[in-house]
Design a protein around this ligand. Structure first.
Ligand code: SIN
Length: 556
């Protein structure tokens, strides 16, 4: 049973504040939505910890777009579709690749972002699955941090925008099925309150923390997808959790992303005897799409009985490495690895959720007034496997599109929120003592063991059994963010396991050892929604992700 809200409340008893728009999340999708919206509307920007703790901030490699003289949106389209393994929504991909270059130019000219240049032109690099050099980068390998800093600088001068840090968004408020704001908690004080707004944009990132090894920051527990589901939105493609091939693998050290751009500049993955593992596996070798590289890494590690491989960049001149990858160089050196002298120990880590909250080309979900943008969303751009460096671009392109639609939602919705202060929710809650941090670790380990890059019916059923035994956690009345996170993680684990069991084939990031081939039947999205408190699923053909004629997304 999926509860509509994670807490009982009566808005009459809670402090509330009104805005035209609430944006939840402060990565590239949230910041760029808030920046545009605040030119016209009163905007609240909510962020779980501080403005700078986001997956965007630690994005290294860059932002892909057809900006090179030898490139075109058509070529970028082809590469994205190829990586997505038959599950991309073509219209969404065309939108991304055609509008991308203009959004990047605006970022440079209007927002003041600085990208690395050579002789006055963008210094474009290449990453896995790309047929052209089209990845723009900043400060070598600190692209996300530059994007975030430049967007934040612009935002902070805007008087129509209020930033609420350390604010945990618990649930989307709905009135007669329409989005009416956000219910949340000031995480420092532990007090609940609410934001009333006719439009809410979820830009809350992904769910890498469902796994014990991830490149994602601690905040990425999938809260956005879970709360959108509870509010009535559809979610899809959750079986496609992408593992990044190269995270720093050292004992007692948290995993840390080693950008694919390093391979773009010549680094290669080798086993402990120095053999290049990608030779003969794919024509693009070390720059094959991520799912292919991860699969081969896992195969070799299993065959050789080892838990990591090596990323060798030592043949690249030391000066170039230090200049082009200053963040990676410094970080590895501090961890005791001089990348100019020795290969870097690496293994795959959970990195990016290709699925999420189903949206149309204007970020609209099935719930009126509720939008989603960035990793939390499923526009269908990524299909079964995201093409490297398409994610920052997706945040920019679709936040711009949300803005085209927002004025109507704000003016329409404002008239419909009159009864909001009378909203209350009561459901039976238990106060079972559940050891949260222990259960969180068990869930993560179970996800890694049974819902990692290689899956089987047996393992998935075992995982489902584990989750089913712990579903009672959803009825516990937690009154703190750690508890809400755990509830969201359990909800998402259940969905990911169910989708992985249903999809009896291997495609993109989803690999079933018992169904190793790709099946034409499965050119479909697995879409979930809540019906009468239970999870219902539907298989939806590629090309029709948002559905039709049910009063859902996209209906005028
Ligand atoms: C990387 O720099 O390898 C990460 C880029 C991405 O995930 O798109």
């Amino acid at each position: 049973m999926i509860p509509r809200y994670l807490v009982n409340f009566d808005l009459e008893d809670l402090p509330g504040v009104g805005f035209d728009l609430v944006v939840v999340g402060s990565g590239v999708a949230g910041l760029s939505t808030a920046l545009r919206a605040a030119r016209r509307f009163r905007v609240a920007l909510l962020t779980k910890t501080t403005l700078t703790v986001t997956a965007t901030r630690i994005a290294q490699g860059g932002i892909a777009s057809a900006l090179g003289a030898d490139d075109s949106p058509e070529l970028h389209f082809e590469d994205t579709i190829k990586a997505g393994k038959g599950l991309c929504e073509e219209e969404a991909v065309w939108t991304l690749v055609r509008e991308g270059p203009r959004r990047i130019t605006e970022l440079i000219e209007e927002v003041g972002a600085h990208f690395d240049c050579v002789d006055g032109h963008l210094d474009l690099t290449i990453e896995g699955g790309h047929s052209r050099r089209r990845v723009a980068h900043a400060q070598g390998d600190a692209t996300g941090s530059e994007l975030e800093a430049s967007l934040t600088r612009r935002l902070l001068y805007n008087k129509r925008l209020d930033v609420f840090e350390n604010y945990y968004a618990i649930d989307i408020l709905t009135l007669d099925g329409r989005c009416a704001g956000v219910l949340g908690m000031n995480a420092e004080e532990g007090t609940m309150n609410y934001f009333r707004a006719p439009a809410v944009v979820l830009a809350m990132g992904g769910m890498g923390q469902l796994y014990p090894v991830t490149t994602n920051p601690e905040i990425c527990t999938g809260d956005g997808v879970s709360m959108a589901l509870r509010a009535g939105a559809e979610v899809a493609d959750l079986e496609f959790l992408q593992f990044h091939p190269t995270s720093l693998h050292l004992p007692e050290t948290p995993r840390w992303l080693i950008s694919e751009a390093l391979r773009g500049e010549g680094a290669v993955i080798v086993d402990h005897s120095g053999n290049r593992i990608m030779d003969g596996v794919h024509p693009l070798k070390d720059l094959a799409p991520r799912d292919t590289v991860v699969n081969e890494m896992v195969r070799v590690m299993k065959e050789q009985g080892i838990d990591h491989l090596l990323l060798d960049a030592t043949h690249i001149p030391a000066d170039k490495l230090k200049e082009r990858f200053p963040t990676i160089y410094r970080h590895c050196l501090e961890a005791g690895v001089d990348i100019t002298q020795v290969p870097i120990p690496v293994s795959p880590a959970a990195h990016y959720m290709s699925g999420g909250v189903v949206t149309d080309l204007h970020g609209r979900t099935r719930v009126k007034g509720l939008y989603a943008c960035g990793e939390v969303a499923c526009t269908g751009v990524h299909g079964a496997n995201r093409l490297a460096s398409n994610s920052l671009l997706e945040g920019l392109v679709f936040s711009w599109r949300i803005m085209q639609e927002l004025p109507r939602a704000v003016s329409e919705g404002a008239r419909e929120l009159d009864g909001l202060s009378g909203l209350r929710h009561r459901s039976k809650r238990s106060r079972l003592p559940v050891e949260m941090s222990l259960l969180r670790r068990f869930v993560q380990q179970m996800m890694m063991d049974c819902v990692g890059f290689r899956r089987s019916k047996e393992g998935l059923e075992e995982a489902m059994e584990f989750i089913a035994k712990n579903l009672e956690v959803l009825r516990v009345e937690y009154l703190n963010p750690q508890g809400f996170e755990l509830q969201n993680m359990i909800t998402l684990s259940a969905l990911m396991i169910r989708a992985s069991l249903l999809r009896e084939e291997s495609r993109g990031c989803h690999y079933r050892v018992d169904f190793p081939g790709q099946a034409e039947f499965w050119r479909k999205h697995i879409v979930f929604r809540v019906e009468d408190g239970e999870i219902a699923h539907e298989l939806r053909a590629v090309g029709a992700l948002t559905g039709a004629g049910d009063g859902g997304v996209g209906d005028e």
